[in-house]
Design a protein around this ligand. Structure first.
Ligand SMILES: [Zn+2]
Length: 212
């Protein structure tokens, strides 16, 4: 188990020493019965095509230890990364609730939800950055200064989980979350709408086309 207040930062260091951006990749894993593979593991990578290295967020590497045990128990070698094991999920950790004591579980849910967008490509836009539990950044495939942001809006007064959908133009070649936060304090963002978690997938397909 990891500490409940631990989160994954959007930026850390790649295995090569350069800035590492949070993304997802298939990671080999040593098992008692051979080498396995875990797909869609959160990693930091420098975005350089020639760099084969990466680093793992610490909670992810601990989670991989439990995934290895699960794979050894079931004698399988291939799985998809998940933040929680099935047992915890079945105990209701994913049930939405407004109870503040259960908020950490909500946070984990939003984190896992945002993370599944890593590397996703739509017809008209690609996901360029994920801030787990907070935000997903999309960049237009036709106009490289055109960005969209899906941002989790924490609001315990209303039922459901809400996101705002925003559009902005950003001229710098690389978008980092820290720079973005400072820059966006001066406005620059145009809100296109607010939607619930259940509406996110359909809305993105309406906006950007199907994803591959
Ligand atoms: Zn690198």
């Amino acid at each position: 188990m990891f500490a409940e207040d631990e989160t994954i930062e959007p930026i850390d260091t790649c295995g090569c020493g350069d800035i590492g951006y949070l993304t997802a990749r298939t990671v080999p894993i040593d098992l008692a019965h051979g080498v396995g593979h875990v797909n869609n593991v959160p990693v930091y990578h420098c975005r350089s095509n020639s760099c084969q290295q990466f680093t793992l967020p610490s909670l992810v590497s601990r989670r991989l230890d439990s995934i290895a045990e699960e794979l050894e128990e079931t004698k399988t070698t291939e799985t998809i990364y998940s933040f929680k094991n099935d047992q915890e999920r079945n105990q209701g950790a994913y049930t939405p609730t407004l109870d503040p004591l259960r908020r950490t579980n909500d946070q984990t849910h939003i984190e896992a939800f945002t993370f599944q967008f890593a590397n996703r490509q739509y017809e008209d836009a690609r996901v360029v950055q994920i801030v787990p539990g907070e935000a997903i950044f999309f960049q237009s495939k036709f106009e490289e200064t055109e960005y969209y942001l899906l941002r989790y809006e924490e609001d315990n007064r209303t039922e459901g989980k809400w996101f705002s959908f925003l559009k902005f133009y950003y001229e710098e070649p690389d978008l980092t979350y820290q720079d973005f936060l400072e820059w966006s304090e001066d406005g620059h963002l145009k809100e296109l709408g607010r939607i619930t978690l259940d509406e996110v997938e359909d809305m993105l397909i309406d906006e950007f086309g199907e994803w591959a």
